[in-house]
Write a protein of this length. Structure first.
Lengths: 456, 280
């Protein structure tokens, strides 16, 4: 009884905050009369509904917590699911292997075990997607967009997820890659495939260059400085008009070619359609772009997975866990951090190069902070350090808003609610468990509560 | 019989106006267990941090002579080279393990430099060519050796953070040993251990010495110190007040007064002095 009174009080307080927040947004409305005057009207009913809903939702949330206990929430969920046999098999599998995990972690371990099946399934879907007969070109295009963010997420995952260095300026390397390709191709006539490694190297060089000053910074300070670097790069691009075209950007950036065959709609000699004697179709180029980015993303994933099982990858993770202990073991912190920055930046550069060739037009507007924030959100939401998690998060973060286009303004509302829900239910991201890089017997999944998030 | 491994001379460490270590000099012999004892705040950990490169001493020098005759000034080396070139490994007073990584991974990270050298700048190992596979196998064997020595084989695939306290202490020692040191510095290895664990620790430390690694340890547990050390250095208020064999230290008047306090009302350290005598 005492509990429920406290709950009502709590819910009332939350409802009051909701009243303050929703008051101006929902309670007030500006009307544009025909005479051109603006009149202010109120919408008390709508406001009351919103506040009422908040009150009820909070009460329900508290009731749920009381009923099942805060810590055991996920466990209860698993048990409920288990009753219906949904998770039973992987759960038994997991519980037999991981005796020291909390029920919540066991659930994630079960998901990870199923990840062994999810990942190849996703891969098959990804490879086969453009081949589905009659698939709309716009879906393949969306696939290209999602895949770009998957790649950026995987690139940033090296820095944030493995090395534990919070980088808010990742878009800088994306921009370096894009502008490198745009300038090299328009000024020197180099092709996409020639430029790709150059873009990666240049971005990596910038990663090292920008990495040096932040070596000694940790946590919030590192985040702020990297954020500033991201902005500096964007401002330089905006203002160096003679080289980068300033705010007007660079255009007529060539599209990629397949062994010299272009994907021109004109269908003349030397084009893909002419060579294979088929009708030119815009979907051919989209499909080609799709497979390029799929290849690049898989390359990122493959390199990351290989590196994780190597001394370098282990040193990154050790760095995330404890920097001082790393130093006492003779690990060169400077080199280890710089390689993380450089390799992360290199993949950002690749992605940027691809972005430029896909869009054929780039301007500083494409490289604002919101891009960095989106990529970071993908990494954090997916579960820092988890490749599959990042992939799932990119699909949710990029794909869902695009597919909900018809819902217009409610799109962001649903999206926001979804993000908050995920962060409440899974504060460490979709997949927050860690798989050991080496084991004597069977590798056991490590629960999220053990794994450090990194402070530097 | 045994030659000098570590020579600390005139070592001074000041933090602003506070002199934590004041002109301390001593030598540690190869193959010896050298203990540094002293009341709380005597500057033992500061001394350790200077030797292991976490602090740059204000004055003085620290020299290590390797068996091949090579001499290195530890105070001049960058932090990470102390373990790599100086071959000095350490553990921490408050355990610093990689909690989210498994016990085995902890030991593999310790062999980073050796393994990294086999990866061909990472590129060859990514492509799966070169000698990395063999190097990793050797690394795992070495890790297994220390897992067996520290009785952690059963827990090899468990996250280090999930181990009980005593096992974490042993793992930290195993991890330090995996760097292949000639000198292992232990900062209060017996802190928080029960008598049985403490006795097992003694055996482990003696085994490490038998394997050819010298030890330098800070310890409050006089049972450990008096039983296994060959040489004891006593610090008080940043100064060295005594230096000698356990027998000598046990009977030294200055040491006893440092622990007991000189006629002060402060007898908080008395139990330590009691153990000091008990151990005799």
């Amino acid at each position: 009884m005492k509990h429920s009174i406290a709950n009502v009080k709590d819910a009332a307080a939350v409802a009051f905050v909701a009243l303050l927040l929703f008051g101006p947004f929902l309670g007030l409305q500006l009307n544009d009369s025909n005479s051109g005057n603006l009149t202010l009207s109120t919408r008390p009913a709508l406001l009351a509904i919103a506040v009422g809903l908040t009150f009820v939702a909070r009460l329900l949330a508290l009731f749920w917590q009381d009923q099942f206990g805060k810590q055991e929430r996920s466990a209860r969920f698993v048990n409920l699911a288990g009753k219906y046999g949904v998770f039973t098999a992987p759960l038994i599998l997991a519980s037999s292997k991981v005796p020291f995990l909390t029920p919540a972690a066991k659930f994630m371990a079960a998901l990870m075990t199923s990840g062994r099946f999810i990942a190849p399934l996703l891969l098959i879907c990804a490879v086969g997607m453009p081949l589905i007969p009659g698939i709309d070109n716009s879906y393949v295009d969306l696939g290209v967009l999602i895949m770009t963010y998957v790649m950026l997420g995987w690139g940033l995952n090296i820095v944030v997820g493995l090395a534990g260095l919070l980088d808010l300026g990742y878009v800088a390397f994306y921009a370096v890659g894009a502008y490198s390709f745009a300038l090299l191709s328009t000024n020197y006539g180099l092709t996409f495939w020639e430029c790709l490694p150059i873009c990666g190297i240049l971005a990596a060089a910038w990663g090292i260059f920008l990495g040096f000053p932040v070596l000694r910074l940790r946590g919030d300070y590192l985040a702020i400085v990297t954020l500033a670097f991201g902005e500096i790069i964007r401002l330089v691009i905006t203002n160096w008009t003679s080289l980068t075209g300033g705010p007007n950007g660079l255009y007529d950036i060539p599209h990629p070619t397949l062994f010299g065959l272009s994907f021109s709609m004109m269908g003349g000699p030397g084009t893909f359609s002419n060579f294979f004697h088929i009708d030119p179709d815009p979907s051919q180029r989209t499909d080609y772009l799709y497979y390029i980015i799929l290849f690049l993303a898989l390359l990122t994933n493959w390199v990351t997975l290989r590196l994780r099982r190597q001394p370098l990858g282990r040193a990154w993770e050790a760095l995330r866990e404890d920097e001082i202990a790393c130093r006492s073991l003779g690990i060169n912190l400077r080199n280890t951090k710089l390689t993380a920055f450089a390799i992360g930046a290199m993949f950002g550069g690749f992605a940027g190069c691809f972005f430029a060739t896909r869009e054929s037009f780039i301007s500083p507007d494409s490289f604002t902070f919101i891009e960095s924030a989106t990529v970071l959100a993908i990494v954090v939401l997916g579960g820092a350090g988890s490749q599959l998690g990042v992939c799932l998060a990119a699909i949710v973060m990029i794909g869902v808003p695009a597919l909900l286009q018809e819902l217009q303004i409610y799109r962001m509302l649903i999206f926001g609610i979804a993000l908050v829900t995920i962060m409440v239910v899974r504060p460490r991201g979709f997949i927050s468990t860690r798989k050991p890089s080496v084991s004597l017997g069977n590798a056991k999944i490590i629960g999220a509560e053990m794994v450090s998030e990194g402070r530097g | 019989m045994s030659d000098t491994l570590l020579t600390v001379s005139n070592l001074t460490m000041r933090f602003g106006g506070l002199t934590a270590v004041n002109a301390v000099g001593f030598t540690a012999k190869r193959g010896d267990i050298t203990a540094v004892i002293g009341p709380n705040g005597a500057g033992k950990t500061t001394l350790f941090n200077c030797i292991t490169g976490f602090y740059k001493p204000t004055e003085g020098s620290i020299e290590i002579s390797h068996a091949d005759g090579k001499k290195l000034m530890l105070d001049k080396l960058p932090g990470h080279s102390i373990a790599r070139k100086g071959k000095v490994a350490r553990t921490f007073q408050n355990i610093r393990l990689f909690g989210g990584m498994t016990v085995l991974e902890n030991l593999m990270v310790a062999q980073h430099n050796e393994l990294q050298a086999a990866t061909g700048f990472g590129v060859l190992a990514i492509l799966g060519i070169g000698r990395y596979r063999a190097a990793e196998k050797a690394g795992i064997e070495r890790a297994k050796y220390w897992l067996a020595a520290t009785n952690l084989m059963e827990r090899a695939d468990d996250p280090a953070g999930s181990l009980p306290y005593g096992a974490q202490r042993r793992l930290e020692i195993a991890r330090a040993m995996c760097t292949g040191p000639v000198l292992l510095c232990l900062d209060e290895p017996a802190a928080g251990l029960n008598p049985r664990e403490s006795a097992a620790l003694n055996d482990l430390l003696l085994k490490i010495r038998a394997d050819g690694c010298s030890l330098l340890l800070i310890e409050h547990d006089m049972g450990v110190v008096m039983k296994i050390s060959d040489h004891i250095i006593v610090l008080d208020h940043g100064k060295k007040i005594a230096d000698g064999t356990p027998e000598f230290i046990r009977n030294d008047a200055t040491v006893i007064s440092a622990y007991l306090g000189e006629g002060d009302d402060d007898d908080a350290d008395a139990p330590i002095a009691a153990t000091l005598e008990d151990a005799s």
